[in-house]
Ligand binder design. Sequence first.
Ligand code: 4AD
Ligand code: MG
Length: 435
Amino acid sequence: MTGFVDITKILGGKHDEEQVMIRGWLYNSRSSGGLVFLHIRDGTGVLQCTVNKKNVDEATFNNLERLTMESTLEVGGKVRVDQRAPGGYELSVNNLGTVYEAQPDFPITKKEHGLEFLLDNRHLQVRDPRLQTIFKIKGEFLKAAREWFWENGYTETQSPSFTSAACEGGSTLFEVKYFDKKNVYLSQSWQLYAEAMISSLGKIFTIAPSFRAEPSRTRRHVTEFWHMEVEEPWTTHDGIMKVGDALVSHIARDLAEKMPKEVQAIGRDPKDLLKIEAPFPRIKYDEAVEILQKDGVEMLWGDDFGWQQEAPLTKHFDLPFWVTGFPTGIKPFYHLPDPARPDTTMSGDLLAPEGYGEIIGGGQRVHDYSQLLQRVLDDNLNPEDYKWYMELRKWGTVPHSGFGLGVERVLTWMLKLEHIRDTIPFPRDMRRVYP
Ligand code: 4AD
Ligand code: MG
């Protein structure tokens, strides 16, 4: 007998006709005529384990026949190919190890449950096969992104989550109680720190939580999300959009190639992902306003996009597309004004098609000290709060650019999900921090 094996290995044909042990959670069971069929889940897969009354002693058989859902157990047996079993394999059980019997009243049953009930029981719902598959795809997503960064010469580094200055405007700042200090917040973006770190490490990236006190409940906003951010010296706005193109298309291709079955099971045809090829189209903010006005959507030059604007705009594209040159008035102080059009910035948002909207925000930063000071003052910010950040322009300044990609936003679109919460084990919004 070998030791415990992963179910995925059995389903992959690695243990045909071998005697093995598996362990996991009882996901489903039924019995008929001296046979019990146990579906056991171990995190790597689900395996049908068949217990024949003849192959085990009576106590063992009776135990297994009345075993409650979500009990945890170790079983041993022989692996057999069986086309009738889900996954094409079954374990013919002849041996039972430790059993941790579950209470009989597992709250999540096969009947339909309301959304709030499920979210209250999220600590148990995370076992749901659909969520499990999405979380696995998210793991592959992060791995693919990291691979792309390493292959292209970026170093992964970190920034603090406790900060003392707003990066993306004061309205979505979470203030935290930090001993006796005032004005301590949770980070909205690593950007200000990243701009310091490029003078240490050159091209850098991070994947970390960001926090936004978003008072609205929408299908694409959460208060805590995973932020994949890039910053690089000697790079213009055009250059950083090319990075976004390459990164997003790489991730899409990777998911289509490495997890086609899982992607399909969630409801996205992997072939759609293979069509996400760079370079992505670019339009100016000015053009976007014209398109929207022609479509009869309410939008004046100088307004920021909301959902009402982004959704109809995405109908004009099959690929993700950049909207560039946002007005200076609606972008944070760090965006570089376009020398040819100083009322606009060298900024770009990448919008996903099919109504999904913004997935990346970024652009080129102001690298001149006095220009930055002026932008800070124009935005009615206190230069004291940005002292260290502005100092970066005094010693070793260089044109530089970066962006932030919302991991869950991209995944929601790539998997064609209804709501961002499905990509997060324990989603946070203005009403929920439990469980
Ligand atoms: O557009 P944002 O606010 O840009 C920044 O934070 C820049 N400082 C990033 C940078 O240049 N390093 O946020 C970037 C992305 C958005 O495009 C969106 O995908 C995601 O972060 N995002 C959210 N995702 C989920 N819930 C929220 N409340 C989000 N807010 C932003
Ligand atoms: Mg944005």
